[in-house]
Design a protein around this ligand. Sequence first.
Ligand code: DLL
Length: 441
Amino acid sequence: MQDVACPSAIWDIENECMSIDERKALQLQRLQTQVARLYDRVPFYRERLDSAGVSPDQIRSLDDVRRLPFTTKADLRDHYPYGMLAVPLEECARLHCSTGTTGKPTVVAYTKKDMEIWSDLVARFATAAGVHKHDLVQIAFGYGLFTGGFGLHYGMERIGACVLPVSGGNTDRQVQLLHDLRASVLVCTPSYSLHIAEVMKHAGLSPKDLNLRVGLFGSEPWTEEMRTEIEARLGISATDNYGLSEIIGPGVAGECGEKKGMHFQEDHFLVEHINPQTGEEAKPGELGELVITALTREAFAAIRYRTRDLCYLMDEPCPCGRTTRRMTKLVGRSDDMLIIRGVNVYPSQVEQVLLKMSGVEPHYLLTVARAGAMDHLEIKVEMQAALFSDEMKRLHKIEKELEHRLHSALGVSFKLTLVEPGTLERGAGKAKRVLDLRKKE
Ligand code: DLL
C-alpha cells in the first residue's frame, strides 16, 4: 500500500490510478477472454450467444459488449443450483447464496483465486474509507450465506487489521463489545448502525464512551441525510460501499475520503448504465440501471447482469487520484420503486424528508394496497420518545407539517400514521421499507 497526497490512502495504486486508456485496454482484453471462456464452459451462455447470433470473436471493442444478451436474476434461478458454474464444483473454495425474498436463492461460487481478488477489492474500498492495519474492526453483518460478513472479514484481514466477527443481531451485546473491546471500525447495514446507536443511547453511552472512528456501511439504500445522522449519533466518519452477490458481494464500488460517489473497481467489472425501460445506454446525467459484467470471476461470472439498481454516474475526475468512474448513492432498486396512481415513489424520498424534521425518527414503512381500481399508500413513521409524551397540540402540528412536506416531496396523496417509538421492525440485515400488498392480489 502506498500513501499519496490525497485524503485517504490507496491500496492498489497501480490499478486504482491507471490511465483511462490503459484501463480500457485491460477491460477489453479481459472481456474477450471472459466471453470466450464462458461460451466454452457454460451451456447457458453458449445458447444465449448463439441465439443472439454473436460469437466471442465478434467482441472487438468495449462497445461490442452491447451485442451480448443481458443476464437476469430469473436466468440464475432457472439454473439453480449449479447450472451457471464455469468450473467443476471440486475447484470451488466457497459457496454463498443471495438473500432472495421469493423462490429459490441464487448460488454464487468462488475459486481460491476469486477469493483472493475479492479480498483485495474489499481491502481497496476499506483503505479508501480510512481503515488501516492498526484498526480493530467489529463486523456486524451476517456470516451465514450472505456475502457481507465473510467478504468484509477477509478484506480487513488482507489489510492486516484485527477482526472481531460478531455477526448480525444481539444488539445489546454489540454495544457492550463496542464499549469493552474498543473497536475503531464498525461494519454493518446503515439502518442497523442507527439501531446500534439507539441501544447505545438507552444504555446511557455516548460516542465519547466508544473508540469508533470509521463506519463501513452498505447493502441497502441510504441517503446523505442518513449519513449525517449516523455520523452524529456514533461520532464517526460513515462511508458507503456497494456490491451484490451475483457479481461478487461487497467490493464492486466504494467511497474514498471525499465521500462524493463510490468508485467502481473497473479493472474487474465492466459497468454499463442503461435506461431500464429501453435497455439502451442512459443519457448523460440521466438516472439509470447498472448492468455489470464480471471480467475476472472464475467460478461464477455474470455477463451484462441486470442489477435493477438505479443511480447516476459521475465521470469527472476525483481529487483522491483514483481514475475510476463513480456511482452516486443508489436512488433505489427498480423493484423498490412504487408506482402509485402513475407517480414514481422511492422510499429514499421519504427518508430525506424525515431526516430534516424534528420530532420523528428515520424509521418508516410504506404500505401500498389496492381498493377497487385505486392504490392507497400509507406511510408509517416513528415518533421520537419526547414527542410521544408531549401534548396533543404539538403532536398535531408536527403531523400536519410532516404531511405537507411528504406531499410536496412525493406528489401523491397518502395516509400518514405516526406510531410509537421503537414499534417498527428493526433487524441486523437490510431494512424493510416497502410492503406492496398489490403484488399478492
Ligand atoms: O448486499 C452485498 C454487500 C454486502 C454490499 C455488504 C455491501 C456491503 P446482496 O445481498 O446480493 O449483496 O444484495 C445486493 O443490495 O443489488 C442493491 O440493491 C443493494 N445494495 C448493496 N449495496 C448497496 C449500497 C449485498 N451501498 C443488493 N447502497 C444490491 C444501496 C445497496 N443499496
